[in-house]
Design a protein around this ligand. Structure first.
Ligand SMILES: Cc1cc2nc3c(=O)[nH]c(=O)nc-3n(C[C@H](O)[C@H](O)[C@H](O)COP(=O)(O)OP(=O)(O)OC[C@H]3O[C@@H](n4cnc5c(N)ncnc54)[C@H](O)[C@@H]3O)c2cc1C
Length: 298
């Protein structure tokens, strides 16, 4: 019996386990190894690691965590979790069963990308969702924003801080008069035609329009819709919340979900995430789970 089972061993999961390891608690981290940013060659904006590879950051963090003897690391996928306070079980796809008194879900999200030929292959290299993570490296070149719905207005206005911006309405977004006024003030161009495909040009990305033309860009931003990467929180009956970006697991101030003893941290538990927030949430979930072992809920 572990004190805490941590499902997901990326930034949030390692940060959670570290707090518990330092409290000398027995922790199992079960990780499938598919970090959300595995498509990107560099991670930006994370203090003291700006520009490092996502893999290096995770490997160093894991090595430091595993120096604590009360931590076990299991490379596997959890297919099912069940149980309740003081008696949770996690079953993996290899058929192993782990038992723990508390459960932390740090399982990340899936990104649902717009269906444009060639787009998925450029995800994390020329196609991004977050300008804070990858806008700077576009060197103030021409930027595209591909509309997926009403969030396109907000996204295009924010992205235009990083360079001259074209909003591709792609048949799913029609700005109203007020929005057109804002686009005008900010110099944001609107391209109404649907996209036929995108291609890597080496230096940037070429957007092919169904009307026949092409637009050359340094990079393209999309509003990827996110949802929890695995169904465990739903299986356990945790509240799932909606946001304009998709769905995520609802938590309170200590990252505890609506199910006592189940905590959630990182992207899976917030509307929009990054490494810094994932580590912060993870540290809070670790401390929250630890407190709940000391002061059990009544
Ligand atoms: C293309 C791209 C580029 C990005 N660039 C940046 C950047 O430059 N800077 C930045 O701050 N943020 C960046 N982000 C965001 C960043 O990747 C996430 O915020 C961060 O990875 C969230 O960490 P996490 O630990 O919550 O989840 P993740 O890193 O996604 O990790 C979740 C882990 O849980 C595991 N898992 C899931 N389900 C199970 C299961 N059932 N059993 C066992 N394990 C499971 C997964 O395999 C994975 O290892 C980027 C995102 C993308 C998509």
């Amino acid at each position: 019996m572990y004190d805490v089972l941590v499902v997901g061993g990326s930034y949030a999961g390692i940060a959670a386990a570290l707090q518990l390891a330092r409290a000398r608690r027995k922790v199992a981290v079960i990780d499938a190894g598919n970090r959300r940013n595995r498509f990107a060659s560099a991670a930006h904006g994370f203090l003291s690691r700006d520009g490092h590879t996502p893999d290096l950051i995770a490997r160093q963090a894991r090595r430091q965590l595993l120096a604590y003897p009360s931590v076990d690391w299991i490379e596997d996928t959890v297919s099912r979790c069940s149980g309740s306070l003081d008696a949770f079980e996690a079953t993996t796809t290899r058929g192993e069963v782990f038992r723990g008194r508390r459960l932390i879900l740090a399982t990340g999200v899936n990104d649902e990308l717009p269906e444009v030929p060639g787009l998925a292959a450029l995800w994390g290299r020329k196609v991004f969702h977050c300008p804070y993570c990858h806008g700077y490296e576009l060197e103030r070149g021409s930027i595209g924003v591909l509309a997926a719905g009403e969030m396109a207005f907000h996204h295009a206005v924010v992205v235009s801080e990083w360079g001259p911006t074209t909003l591709f309405a792609n048949g799913v977004f029609q700005p109203d008069l007020e929005q057109q006024g804002v686009f005008g003030q900010r110099g944001i161009a609107i391209e109404p035609a649907r996209l036929a495909g995108v291609q890597d040009t080496g230096a940037g990305i070429s957007v092919e329009l169904e009307t026949g033309g092409t637009v050359e860009l340094a990079g393209l931003f999309v509003q990827a819709r996110t949802s929890p990467a695995c169904p465990i929180a739903e299986q356990l009956g945790c509240n799932i919340e909606e946001s304009p970006m998709g769905t995520h697991v609802g938590t309170n101030g200590t990252q505890e979900t609506s199910v006592p003893g189940v905590f959630a941290a990182g992207d899976t538990a917030r509307a929009a995430g990054n490494l810094t927030f994932a580590v912060s949430d993870g540290a809070m979930a670790g401390a929250g789970a630890h407190r709940s072992l000391i002061f059990p809920p009544v």
